[in-house]
Design a protein around this ligand. Structure first.
Ligand SMILES: Nc1ncnc2c1ncn2[C@@H]1O[C@H](COP(=O)(O)OP(=O)(O)OP(=O)(O)O)[C@@H](O)[C@H]1O
Length: 571
């Protein structure tokens, strides 16, 4: 884990060395200060030579300036090192999120994933910057100060060192409790994120059900849990801060008493006494530093563990090593003995055999939950078949690269997902390099022209988060415009018009049939009226494909389709 962590320093070796050297130099200068005071009291003061005193003060001033510069470098360049590592990790995790399959997103909560790419990485950045540097300097000052104390007075140095195990024990005891507490706090923050995400995202549902009080109480519970955990952390922090203050003062008192005795017996000079007291501060300061490393380290490491866990999650759907870029497809689709289940225990599709000729429209109908959407989700490899094979133009879809396969399949979903930008940006999502005239043409073909003309900002109109400022029909049209722009040979239309009024539905149906001209189209429909003209209707039930054929054929067959048809049309 640590080796992996340090591998992120590699590209920033220069920055790390600069930061590290400046920090070490600054630490050494800090160590030198008590010795300078000793010299001042023992040698310069008794000489009563103002020239020397002024010269020494000027030298000290120069050292302060140098140290100030060093500190500025450490703070700025050190943090730059941290943020560079954080940015690289963020790029990698976002990149990895793009590769993970629908199955991964089915099983993970958005709030937790957002926390991984934001908060977790922030903590790692802090540790990346402070961790190794603080630890090294702490060790260096600790031993450096002890060596200097020893040269000033060995007896006093040994007495001081004897107290170290007590302070270290107190520190480590609190450190371990702090670590556990930070980990708990992480979980709480994740819960929080999920709750807020879901609440804000689903605010329309919350308010429509007037369930604000219920939401408030759920949130209050999370909020209280977070508060409790954080208070526990502060309790530990209060105990450890006050205890370390107390132990520091007690040590100073011990040194003062023992030092006074040594001064009176002539074993220690006045300068040595003052210098030693200053050195004691420097000697014990690293313990504070180690404390702060102990505090940030578990946060960073816990974040790093979650980061690596995300990065190590193998995408369960990826390009095969020898995947080919799919040629321009005509769209002849074949399902051969396809079996599939979302979970191992319950297969949804059992041995589906189906051929769809290029350019034809096939409609899937059947009871809710039968697996119509699932059949279509397998085509762009959103989920991978468990058995059997799907081919397009005779090529197994698993042997094509995902990008070249999905680039040739267009999907218009019932619940159109739009991004929060402008109408132009949302249409252009269909083909990012589309020209302005292509976008205008796509909007015209999707019958969006009038609506856009009526808007003061036209194509630059902001449509709100997920397109809230558009009507259901307008969203559908926008999704269709995207498809005209994408121009794929294969289309999947998922209940695209079921939520619209009759007039809008008719208009959108016209756009859709125009869109499906010359493309292989898979329609998932409940409204049988809208698919009457499909080249073929495939009736799906729990057992698989129950029957298939043209509308008239299926009505005459008096099977499931005929029953569904009767139920919807009453004849
Ligand atoms: N992401 C998923 N994870 C686990 N199970 C799922 C998932 N999506 C669908 N299912 C289950 O798979 C079965 C088939 O669902 P599917 O959405 O394909 O049905 P459908 O025929 O399209 O239904 P509807 O007409 O209601 O949309 C259902 O039992 C459903 O609960």
């Amino acid at each position: 884990m640590l080796r992996r962590f340090f591998s992120y320093y590699k590209p920033y070796k220069g920055l790390f060395i600069l930061d590290f050297c400046c920090a070490v130099l600054s630490g050494l200068l800090e160590l030198g200060f008590p010795m300078a005071v000793k010299l001042f009291v023992d040698e310069l003061l008794p000489s009563q030579e103002w020239t020397w005193i002024i010269a020494a003060s000027a030298a000290l001033l120069a050292i302060y300036f140098v140290n100030t510069g060093l500190m500025a470098v450490v703070v700025y360049w050190g943090h730059m090192l941290g943020i560079n590592i954080e940015t690289e990790m963020r790029r990698k995790s976002f990149d990895h999120l793009q590769k993970l399959s629908f199955r991964f997103y089915d099983n993970h909560k958005t709030g937790h994933l957002v926390a991984r790419v934001t908060k977790d990485l922030e903590e790692i950045g802090e540790v990346a910057h402070h961790g190794p540097e603080d630890l090294f300097i702490a060790i260096m000052t600790f031993f450096g100060a002890f060596a200097l104390m020893f040269t000033v007075n060995a007896k006093l140095a040994l007495i001081t060192a004897a107290i170290v195990p007590v302070v270290a024990w107190v520190t480590s005891r609190y450190g371990a409790r702090m670590t556990r507490n930070w980990q708990a706090l992480y979980g709480r923050v994740g819960d929080f994120n999920v709750r807020i995400e879901e609440n804000v995202g689903g605010m329309r549902v919350v308010q429509a059900f007037a369930n604000e009080d219920h939401e408030r109480s759920l949130f209050a519970r999370d909020n209280a849990n977070y508060r409790r955990t954080k208070l526990d952390a502060y309790k530990i922090m209060a105990a450890s801060t006050s205890l370390s203050y107390m132990s520091m003062r007690l040590i100073q008192l011990v040194v003062m008493i023992a030092g006074s005795y040594l001064v009176l017996t002539g074993e220690l000079s006045n300068g040595g006494f003052v210098g030693f007291l200053l050195l004691v501060n420097v000697f014990f300061r690293p313990i504070d530093k180690i404390n702060s490393v102990i505090e940030t380290y578990p946060k960073g490491i816990a974040g790093f563990q979650r980061y690596t866990a995300l990065l190590d999650t193998e995408p369960d759907i990826a390009d095969a090593p020898d995947a080919i870029v799919a040629p321009q497809l005509t769209g002849e689709i074949r399902y051969q003995g396809v079996t599939f289940g979302y979970t191992g225990e319950r297969p949804i599709l059992k041995g589906i055999d189906l051929t769809i000729e290029a350019g034809k429209t096939v409609a899937f109908v059947g009871p809710s939950g039968a697996g119509k959407t699932t059949i279509c989700s397998l085509l762009p490899r959103f989920y991978e078949v468990d058995g059997g094979m799907i081919t397009i133009d005779g090529i197994d879809i698993r042997s094509m690269t995902l990008a070249s396969l999905r680039g040739q399949i267009g999907i218009v979903q019932q619940d159109v997902f739009l991004f929060g930008g402008t109408i132009r940006e949302n249409i252009a999502y269909g083909r990012l390099d589309a020209s302005e005239s292509d976008i205008i043409e796509a909007a015209r073909r999707a019958r969006l022209g009038e609506m856009i003309d009526a808007m003061p900002l036209g194509f630059d109109t902001i449509i709100g988060e997920r397109g809230v400022k558009l009507s259901g029909g307008q969203k559908q049209r926008l999704a269709i415009a995207r498809m005209f722009l994408k121009n794929p040979p294969i289309l999947i239309l998922d209940e695209a018009t079921s939520a619209l009024d009759t007039q809008t539905e008719r208009e959108i149906q016209q756009s859709l049939s125009e869109l499906s001209q010359g493309r292989t189209t898979l329609v998932i429909a409940h409204r049988l009226a809208t698919i009457r003209n499909a080249d073929r209707i495939v009736v799906v039930d729990d057992t698989g494909i129950a029957e298939q054929g043209a509308h008239e054929e299926l009505v005459a067959k008096r099977g499931l389709y005929s029953r569904l048809h009767k139920a919807q049309h009453g004849n």
